[in-house]
Design a binder for this molecule. Structure first.
Ligand code: GUN
Length: 296
């Protein structure tokens, strides 16, 4: 079997079309949705996200602000910037890029974000709302994965989804979203992680495998049940002297071999990444609609 490739940009384009209509309606009422991104330090993957987010905003006519701070920024200084964004009427949603430098308490920063402007859905109020099935903002990458599955004809309903990775950004929330009793979810979910015993045999039970480990080509073809759907969330920068820039991005899945076993697979790049961006735009539009007293 050779897998169908699930192209992130194609699925993202369907959602962009829906968003453009909403944005036009907002602009008709004099409201331009605004998204701010705060980046502390120089992590290359984070810098790439921030560039892509700005590009996504430009394409849809969303006002975008990138606040790039040196790695030496103090926790107090960052909290002051969060307070300013909370109070800024031009900004409907914003996020602080993670990971933060070690001297800054991530939880303290996330707790400071107004839950009504929490474009990432990382504030404990929004995490709780997601878990109990009454979401306000869903985290962009996990929500993008759900949309990708459903819109590519791979509805997770009744299937066994094996998530590899238990981060607060992807592993935990994607499990919480896909196990909900609702349309586009209703999956049986197993979460594996670095301490899982016999991880390969658990992954092999998955009808859908979500790889969010952060380790290049960790998931190999022998771990995949023939016909499974494989979603690769990895963005690992690996050195490649043959590449123009001296590096390239690879996923957590050994794409070349796994595609011979799976029924559908997402590539890296061009898979989950574009979905994350568009779902972030969606959260910004939802926040702007709410601020304007409009139905989202
Ligand atoms: N780091 C990696 N992915 C994300 C994300 O979706 N949001 C934030 N804030 N940081 C990240």
């Amino acid at each position: 079997m050779v897998a169908t490739i699930i192209h992130g940009p194609e699925v993202a384009e369907q959602i962009k079309k829906e968003l453009r209509e909403k944005i036009a309606e907002l602009k008709g009422r004099g409201v331009t949705p605004g998204l701010a991104v705060v980046l502390v330090g120089e992590d290359p993957a984070s810098q790439q996200y921030v560039r892509n987010k700005a590009k996504g905003c430009e394409e849809l006519g969303i006002y975008s602000r990138s606040i790039i701070l040196p790695v030496s920024t103090s926790e107090d200084e960052l909290l002051r910037i969060v307070d300013e964004l909370n109070a800024d009427p031009a900004i409907h949603g914003f996020l602080v890029q993670l990971p933060l430098p070690k001297h800054i308490d991530e939880n303290k920063v996330l707790m400071r974000i107004d839950p009504e402007k929490d474009a990432d859905g990382f504030h404990p109020v929004n995490v709780g709302r997601m878990l109990i099935g009454n979401p306000q903002f869903l985290p962009a990458t996990p929500h993008g994965i759900q949309e990708m599955l459903v819109r590519s004809g791979n509805d997770p309903e009744g299937k066994h989804v094996v998530v590899v990775g238990r981060s607060n950004i992807v592993g935990k929330p994607v499990a919480a979203i896909l196990m909900q009793k609702r349309k586009g979810a209703n999956a049986t979910v197993t979460v594996c992680h670095s301490r899982t015993r016999d991880l390969a045999s658990l992954v092999r039970m998955g009808d859908v495998v979500v790889a969010a480990i952060g380790s290049p080509r960790f998931i190999t073809a022998d771990m995949i049940k023939p016909g499974a759907v494989v979603i690769d969330v990895g963005t690992n920068r690996v050195d490649d002297p043959a590449a123009k820039r001296g590096y390239r991005w690879v996923g957590d899945v050994d794409f070349e071999n796994v595609k011979e076993v799976a029924s559908a697979i997402t590539p890296v790049p061009g898979g989950v990444g574009p979905m994350t961006i568009v779902m972030l735009m969606k959260n910004t539009v939802i926040a702007a609609c709410r601020a304007a007293g409009m139905h989202s």
